[in-house]
Every structure is written in C-alpha cells, then in structure tokens.
Design a protein around this ligand. Structure first.
Ligand code: NZQ
Ligand code: ZN
Length: 374
C-alpha cells in the first residue's frame, strides 16, 4: 500500500497497531534536519519504540548485523524504515535476518538462502530513486569482502510506504539527479530489450521515461515545486514496483555491472549506472535495434533521415539528458582507470560464472569491453 501526499506521515498512527514494539531505522541524520523525525515521533505517540540509526548509503552487512542484535534482544515486532533506499533495503535485510535460523544471515545474499519468515516492515521514504518502497528487493554491501549483492522475497515488501513529496525538499541536487537517473535506468532495463508483448507495457515504460525527461528541470529547480516533486516521487515508485516487468524480458546487466563498480570504488549507485548504460547499449545495439529505434522516436522525437545514424543519435540523446542534469557518464570523470576497473570486474564475474542481459549472452569478456569503452 502506498500512502501518498502532503502530511501523510501523520497516518502512521492509523497504520501501525498500538501493540507493536517498533524498531525505527534511519541513516546518517537527514531526518533530524528536515523535520521528518519529529513527524514520525509525533505520529507514533505512546507506542514502544527503539531506534537504530547510522545505516549508511549502500548499507553494510556489518552495520545491519548490529541492528539484528538489537531487534533480537528487544523482541521487536515491527520495523519502520525512515529515509532513503539504503535505510529501507537495510531494514528488509534486518527483517529477514532477525528470525533467520541458519548460521549466517549473509547466506540470504551469497547463497540465496530462503526467507522463511520476516518481521513485518513499512517505510517513510524520503528519497525517490530505488522503488524499494513498493518492491520486494534489497541490495546489501559487505565491507570486509568488497561485495554488493541483492536478494528479495515478497515477505520483505513493505506493508505500506508513506511518500510525502515535501520530505524531498531537503535533498541535495546530486541525490535528486541520482534518483532521476536510477529511476530512468530501472525503466530502460525493463523496456530496452526486444519486442515481445502487446503495446501496453511499452507505453507504461515510455510514459515514465518521457515524464522524467520533460520534468527533470522542474524537479531540480529551486525552490522546490510540490507538483514536480510529486511527479518525481511517483515516477520512481512506478519504475520498479513490478508493473513494468510483467510479461516482458528484462535486461538488468547495467545494474549487475554497476553494483561491482560501487563495491570496488564506492561510487553512488546511479553514478555507476550512468557510466555503464550508454556503453552497454552501444555494445548491444544490433540486438536491441528495434527497441532503440522505438525509443529514439517515442522519447526523443527523432526520426530516420538519410545520412543519420538514428541508433547513435538515441544513445547520444540519453547521454545529453544525463549531462543536462549534471550526471557524468565516464570513468574518467571520477578519476577511475577504466582498464583497471574493467579487469577487476571481469575477473570477479568470471569467478562467479556470471552471464548478464536479456539473452544471458553478456559474458565477463564482454563486460570488459563495455567498461573499456566507458
Ligand atoms: O543517511 P541520511 O542522513 O538519511 O542521508 C541520505 C544519504 O546520505 C540522504 N537523504 C535521504 N533522504 C534525504 C536525504 N538527504 C536530505 N533529504 C532527504 N529527504 O541521501 C543519501 C543517499 O541515500 P540512499 O538511501 O543511499 O540513496 P538511495 O535511495 O538512492 O539508495 C541507494 C541504495 O539502494 C540500492 C542501491 O544499490 C543503493 O545501495 N538499490 C535498491 C533497489 C531496490 N531495493 O529495489 C534497486 C536499485 O536499483 C538500487 O540497487
Ligand atoms: Zn537502480
């Protein structure tokens, strides 16, 4: 359930039973600066509440296991994540790890151990980007091994998520830019493959892409514009809530590669996607030809003209859009040596025998070439 609009944090009082013992989780402190913490506290009233703060961006297993300890010791019955995707993803892990009966909850990520039970959870989402507020997935990092892995189970989907666009007013521009790009690429990963289904799924995807392209400037403008922020927040949720993937083949190679870049170099999630994506679609442009042509026409209004390479123009338009909102698209923008990154990531994916893409035909050697071009 999504509860959307101004002042909706107060609804926590209706949505959570008085009897719950709640673990409220949050990140590095943004909720204390923008008034969200106060609103949550007021809404929860006299309920029994324990807090766990300090969940970092790209939440780590090491930190989250401390919250698992607290949750077990205090026998909490409900988890409320307040913050961005990292806090919510971390909380999904905590929800699965508290009742986990195996030896090591990391197995949930590294060995696909089954989520048999989970503590119920909900969120107050303050950063539109990941779609975590309406999906069952989470991405967790492990400092000690420089890994970043995902897992998911519908038992981990939030029972409800409160989305108040006003909570986004305090976001720094780089986080908004990141959120727009992450949402955009979530759609692309589910859209830009090959034609398979009746037109409705494509039209849903295109609606989100076009909205983000058209509204990005208003979303980033100061002072914050409620309608633009509401559009942004709703687009991010729609981009990865399970709707677009119904009945279509999905790609997710960019995410798979991007997580490795974050694991090794610490870049923000969306920053990695913007580096990988243009290089990846250029590399796969023949296989993705039909959808790229459709994308060129429907999102950017480009059409075939003699002497023009429409595919290249569509990829270029995507890069120009990212640059317009301040998002770099090259390793060199971060001072990272592309060759070193390409080698490290290829070697790791070889160890895991990874195959990526909608055809499962992007092998570690292809990833190397894609990254060398980035
Ligand atoms: O930690 P605090 O102090 O709260 O500050 C955060 C953090 O520094 C800040 N922030 C959040 N809301 C704010 C705010 N600052 C001011 N005002 C607000 N309203 O923003 C910074 C980044 O937050 P974070 O939660 O890390 O960002 P995001 O929401 O982009 O989440 C990124 C994580 O989600 C994963 C990524 O891999 C990454 O680990 N993803 C999760 C997915 C999912 N569950 O489905 C899918 C995605 O593809 C993605 O992989
Ligand atoms: Zn993403």
């Amino acid at each position: 359930q999504i509860v959307f609009g101004k002042g909706t944090i107060a609804k926590l009082d209706e949505l959570i039973s008085q009897d719950e013992k709640i673990l409220v989780t949050y990140g590095g402190g943004s909720i204390f600066k923008n008034g969200v913490y106060e609103q949550v506290k007021t809404a929860l009233g006299d309920r029994r509440v324990i807090e766990f703060g300090g969940i970092e961006s790209n939440p780590t297993f090491e930190t989250l296991m401390k919250a698992v300890e607290v949750g077990r010791r205090e026998k909490v019955t409900f988890l409320l994540a307040v913050g961005g995707g990292s806090v919510l993803d971390g909380t999904k892990f905590i929800a699965a790890a508290i009742p986990y009966e195996g030896d090591d909850p990391w197995d949930l990520l590294s060995k696909n151990a089954k989520v048999i039970r989970a503590i119920p959870l909900a969120s107050v989402m303050t950063l539109p980007a990941t779609g975590s507020e309406m999906n069952s997935g989470a991405v967790i990092s492990r400092k000690s091994t420089q890994e970043k892995l995902s897992f998911g189970d519908w038992k981990l989907a939030p029972q409800f998520s409160i989305l108040d666009p006003e909570t986004t007013y305090s976001l720094p521009k780089n986080q908004i830019r990141n959120g727009i790009v992450d949402s955009y690429i979530h759609v692309m990963e589910q859209y830009l493959t090959y034609p398979v289904v009746p037109p409705l799924q494509d039209r849903h995807a295109e609606a989100i892409l076009k909205t983000l392209v058209e509204e990005a400037d208003a979303i980033l403008a100061e002072p914050a514009d409620y309608d633009a922020r509401a559009t942004y927040m709703w687009s991010a949720t729609q981009a990865l809530n399970g709707n677009l993937s119904c009945g279509v083949v999905t790609d997710w190679a960019t995410h798979g590669i991007g997580h490795e870049i974050t694991a090794f170099y610490g870049l923000a999630h969306a920053e990695t996607l913007a580096i990988v994506y243009p290089a990846l679609i250029r590399y796969k442009k023949e296989q993705k030809r039909e959808k790229i042509l459709q994308y060129a026409q429907r999102i950017f209004g480009l059409c075939e003209l003699p002497g023009h390479d429409l595919i290249e123009e569509a990829i270029r338009a995507t890069e120009v859009f990212f640059h317009r909102i301040g998002m770099p698209t090259r390793f060199s923008d971060y001072g990272i040596d592309a060759q070193e990154a390409a080698q490290r990531i290829r070697d790791r994916l070889m160890d895991r025998n990874t195959k990526l893409g909608e055809h499962r035909d992007i092998f570690p050697e292809d990833v190397y070439k894609i990254l060398m071009a980035a």
